[in-house]
Design a protein around this ligand. Sequence first.
Ligand code: ADP
Length: 787
Amino acid sequence: MNVADISGLPEGVAEHLESEGIEELYPPQAEAVEAGATEGESLVASVPTASGKTLIAELAMLSAIERGGTALYIVPLRALAGEKATEFEAFEQFGISVGVSTGNYQSDGERLSDNDIVVATSEKVDSLVRNGAGWIDDLACVVADEVHLVDDQHRGPTLEVTLAKLRQRVPDLQVVALSATVGNADEIADWLDAALVDTDWRPIDLRTGVHYGQAVHYDDGTQEELSVGSGSQTAAVVADTLKDDGSTLVFVNSRRNAEAAARRLSDVTKGSLSADQRDRLREVAEEIRGVSDTETSDDLADAVAKGAAFHHAGLAREHRELVEDAFRERLIRVVAATPTLAAGVNTPSRRVVVRDWQRYDGTAGGMQPLSVLEVHQMFGRAGRPGLDPYGEAVLLANGHDELEELFDRYIYAEPDPVRSKLAAEPALRTHVLAAVATGFTTTEEALHEFLGETLYAAQTDDPRRLESVTRDVLAYLEANEFVERENGALRATTTGHLVSQLYVDPMSAATLVDGLRDAARAAERSEAADGASGEAASRADEAGGPFQTASDLQTEAEPIPEDVDVELTPLGLYHLVSRTPDMYELYLRSGDRETYTELAYEVEDQLLGPAPREEEAHWEDWLSALKTAKLLDDWASELDEDRIAERYGVGPGDIRGKVETAEWLLNATERLAADIGVGATAVRAARKRVQYGVREELLDLAGVRDVGRKRARRLYEAGIETRADLRNAEKSVVLGAVRGRRKTAERILENVGHPNPDLTDVDADADTVAAVEESERDGQANLGDFS
Ligand code: ADP
């Protein structure tokens, strides 16, 4: 079937696709069209990676828009939203508008309604539904990318519930679910009442095999010599691929391994570069260095200059984009990647090496093999259609037994089936509260009925399990006063509504509310001890026993005293948000237990909520949260990014991730604090300090666009302490404070509303430059007082 034969697309689209080299549909695409993808029919497409699933989605969305509807594209990772939206923007020339909705905050629901295509994560869609976004009712087509992730225990349930809710809310909604090849795509199709395209067709041949000894053993029974020599197996495969002028994608199991592999493999690639390639790589390396001031950034730049790179979630987004682009341009010849992100990013290469087929799994307490699906997705990145004759994907074996095991486990293996993970408490806690708060279900029966529409219900043999977990969860929500029951009807309380809208796990909200109430009681106690009221003190003592926390299901909420001065410090609040299940804590490394135990006692007065005892298992979590809190506190105290990275053993992407999550959770804390009448102002200040990464005195300045944490400090040191100062500042001083960067200084002056931001003929004030430099040296020395 040719693209030109498809009816129902906006005018010009077919010609556009042809100009992009897409004339004839790939067989799975043709099958999808025949099944009604462009006529509003629901469809599950279970097709190998890189075999044109995106076009199936595009054809469905564009024809839905042509019929007058709007489309929603659900991405599995926030990092992919921008990339997908950019792809769809190619259709803007045909009058199609594209919007992206990401970010943690509840917001922007109605503005999105102006778009024909909205790209969002399932968490975001879920949050938009909860906040009553009206445009959801106008949806004609929803695409779920990587729908096999319903199997993921963390994120799967949200995708599952979101699809079930959208289908319930919008009758006749077309659902297009894209999946990697899985063992039971038919079950997903049954669940979604959808047609099924299930194939392992690929646009380019894929040979898979295992390297062992001095040869690759292929799936067709052939062997090819590939001798290892003195280096590693990986290096030998990379060198062999380079001989054919090909590039290699190497999958490893940890960030550290990715970085180490890139460093070692850069010695292999550097010899293959032309002078021109070296020059261009040097430019990319410089751009990478410019992204952030960290060791990770430097290490990446060093490797890139020699033609190799690493790719993992610890990198900043700009880093990843630079690496992906240079790899696609064939400047970078090897990328060592962790599976997490690389699976979703379109970076095909001649060869794929799956170096590590096991990875550390904390819940299992040891190394666990990757799933067949994950390994097949990595394999799928091999071969660039139209450019390579075929793709090759190899695993590496150390012994003969391992060779056989890998063949059985991954080469000959059938893909795994996907299983719903919905019947777990954390997932249901969130979704049950949402269903009640949005008025989606108002009785326990209706709730069970709705949950009966999920994939879990379609797959389980034991429907009572879902019901019993749901009952426990309802009890939890009632005990924490998020939900109440009246004559059999379920209703969310004001706090319950708020929690659902804020999109935090109800257990996080319970922890936050507890912490704040505990602080209020402590304040009341100390006022009482000062002689105000002995009665209040004893009442507070009774309520504040160490085991009565709402998050443990036990508390009768104690009335909050109205007029006590609650003492909330930023560190205490950072610790509180770091203790919630919505924050991924930092692990404790060797020696950390002692360090943070000491710190825990030192700052005991600042930490909120009842502390566990040292011998309790829970103590470790308390310390991990403290370590995370300390990172945030360092950030909010203006410690340099590279110092933080070094101190906590993290990458710049992690720092930004933690900061963003903290900002979001502190925003939730602020709203809850206002709701229960405790300390909202202090929470707000702590949130702003994390948001800008500055101390208290810089909050005003750092809020000016383009100023940021470092420049705010420099301006402050130069005597410009507030926005008002900046508006009226001597321009030569401002220029000196930003180290003579004219464009920057002009932009800042413009943003703050300076009457005449023009800097022509203005010179940087020399005293300011000297003063700023000196204070910077002293400043970082003083900030490093914790180790
Ligand atoms: P998937 O989503 O299945 O991982 P993609 O949609 O990213 O795969 O497709 C991989 C590549 O194939 C893209 O570069 C796309 O432009 C190209 N492609 C898709 N369909 C066709 C087609 N019918 N003819 C030629 N190229 C195609």
